[in-house]
Design a protein around this ligand. Structure first.
Ligand SMILES: CC(C)(COP(=O)(O)OP(=O)(O)OC[C@H]1O[C@@H](n2cnc3c(N)ncnc32)[C@H](O)[C@@H]1OP(=O)(O)O)[C@@H](O)C(=O)NCCC(=O)NCCS
Length: 185
């Protein structure tokens, strides 16, 4: 579990699933999060997927629940590990819109990149974001990510094309400090 000043990152639990299912069915959240067009998801399907994965045992990988004051507000992850280049991709969704724009996203991102550089010895964390997702871009910039390129008309979202922005943070530019003194994995 990773402990920040206000944000805790921990494993996603089965009792998070009803709220996660609400987030996954919120079109505004899905559009902001990018990726595929919004599609409905039943709680039964989400629980079946969780149970199937949990049934395999082992560890949970590098996906985390984002928790504020004991409330599950979203999830974030490092994925697409490239062991030779030592880079991973970052994804984050705060699914409860009431928690947007209050600095929780950047704290979660800082915790996650700190985890990646400190514990996985990564050299780079990178991400993709839609150009019109200004809130996300500002939060990523605040964490040290810089824009590395734009793919034109690369995304179809909410009825129009958008640019896909690539952002990256190098280990040499990483500033630690988000993790509290007792921050542990
Ligand atoms: C993107 C996300 C993780 C950011 O987390 P957050 O806690 O909302 O963001 P923060 O409060 O840390 O920072 C938000 C920044 O955007 C600004 N902002 C807030 N509302 C905004 C809005 N409607 N439009 C533009 N900028 C906005 C804030 O002022 C702040 O920038 P600043 O510090 O330069 O002033 C979160 O909003 C989220 O999960 N959104 C839905 C899914 C998503 O977009 N995922 C990212 C996909 S790449």
């Amino acid at each position: 579990m990773l402990q920040g000043k206000r944000v805790v990152l921990r494993a996603i639990r089965r009792d998070d699933l009803p709220r996660l299912n609400q987030f996954n069915n919120d079109v505004a959240v899905e559009l902001a999060g990018g990726g595929d067009p919004p599609i409905p998801q039943s709680l039964e399907r989400l629980e079946a997927e969780f149970d199937s994965s949990a049934g395999n045992g082992g560890r949970d990988g590098t996906s985390f629940a984002i928790v504020v004051d004991g409330v599950f507000i979203g999830q974030c992850a490092l994925f697409n590990h490239h062991p030779v280049a030592r880079r991973m991709e970052l994804g984050i969704t705060i699914g409860d819109q009431a928690y947007w724009g209050q600095g929780y996203g950047r704290e979660a991102v800082q915790l996650l990149v700190d985890y990646g550089f400190r514990h996985h010895n990564l050299n780079k964390v990178w991400l993709e974001v839609h150009a019109r997702n200004e809130r996300a871009i500002r939060a990523y910039r605040a964490c040290g990510f810089v824009e590395e390129g734009r793919l034109r008309q690369h995304v179809w979202s909410d009825g129009s094309y958008d640019e896909l922005v690539l952002m990256g943070l190098l280990r040499q530019d990483w500033q630690t400090g988000a993790v509290g003194a007792n921050g542990t994995v």
